[in-house]
Design a protein around this ligand. Sequence first.
Ligand code: CTP
Length: 378
Amino acid sequence: LIGEASDELGVDSYVIGGFVRDYFLKRNTPKDIDIVAIGSGIELAKKVASKLKGKPEISVFKNFGTAMIKHKDLELEFVGARKESYNRDSRKPIVEDGTLEDDQNRRDFTINAMALALNESNFGELLDPFDGLADLDRKIIRTPLEPGITYSDDPLRMMRAVRFATQLHFTIELQSLRAITENKDRIKIVSKERIVDELHKILMSSKPSVGFKLMHQTELLPLILPELTALQGIEEKEGQRHKDNFWHTLEVVDNIAETTDNLWLRWAALLHDIGKAPTKKFHEKIGWTFHAHEFVGAKMVYKLFKRLRMPLNEKMKFVQKMVLMSSRPIILSEDHVTDSAVRRLVFDAGDSVEDLMTLCEADITTKNPRKQKKYKNN
Ligand code: CTP
């Protein structure tokens, strides 16, 4: 039908981006479909809407030259092919009309730059100038242009590369990894909301540790979640060592991803030990301690959510609560809790108890058998 509308208007149109990628990956049915018109995207959207039954809702964004049709469960996004150039200090491109090739050049990854023709004369023809199909096959994240340009133009793409690698179990090409490290500081021009969106997607994938390891490797992690980076490393004093709480955390996150789809419980797993970096102390008699790290950690959760502009709502409190109790859910008693804000949280566990036990299970499975036994007995 879109092809028919395009033919009637005398424009060429293509479906492009995530839909094409997921079609070849046989990934679940898409919700967003991006259509590029070599001409006006808005005119094409209007024509398509007039042909659809039930007069679908159409939203026109004149300033951006885009239009969106909501049809059943689908969102059809229409845009005219464009050429983009960027300023150093903004993710917002300067846009001019362009060819399909210009439009494919401006895209983030080869696997997201493939287009399928919709006009009758060439319906279904794949336009794949950067060999995206081969990259899907080789499971590689690669940029169409020189990676330094792609990431510097739009630094959100550094997070997208990590996210796609995690979701799709792909490898980020070496030059791309290097370019991400070189451009890491440009992440500061990306809004916190977009970064958090990507973090959510990484956390919701089947093995979130992949994403956090990549962020660690490319040095993005200390710029986004310095609390986690601070957990990395093992110190030794007088022959006593403590565990590396960063790698431990990643194990816990992978474990919990196997048992729950609750995003906030996954966040809690990620943050459950963050209080350990600032509370770490060495005592001659008892060795390494992290006294009251749960309480410090719960306070850090608040600050972290605030810094990342995540809503300071019930979800945040839930994460705090989990962090507070994850290390020793049973032995907490009123005597242990001196801080009044923290006290309110502890004695309000209520219906979170099951979630708490899920988190503890994910944690103890990475610990030694002696500790597992102690927890189970408790
Ligand atoms: N795109 C891009 N650079 C970005 C964001 C998007 O080049 N920073 C392009 C890509 O071609 C992408 C398309 O716009 O495929 C659509 O983007 P989006 O809807 O955000 O992502 P999808 O690729 O569709 O994937 P998902 O729905 O999983 O986010």
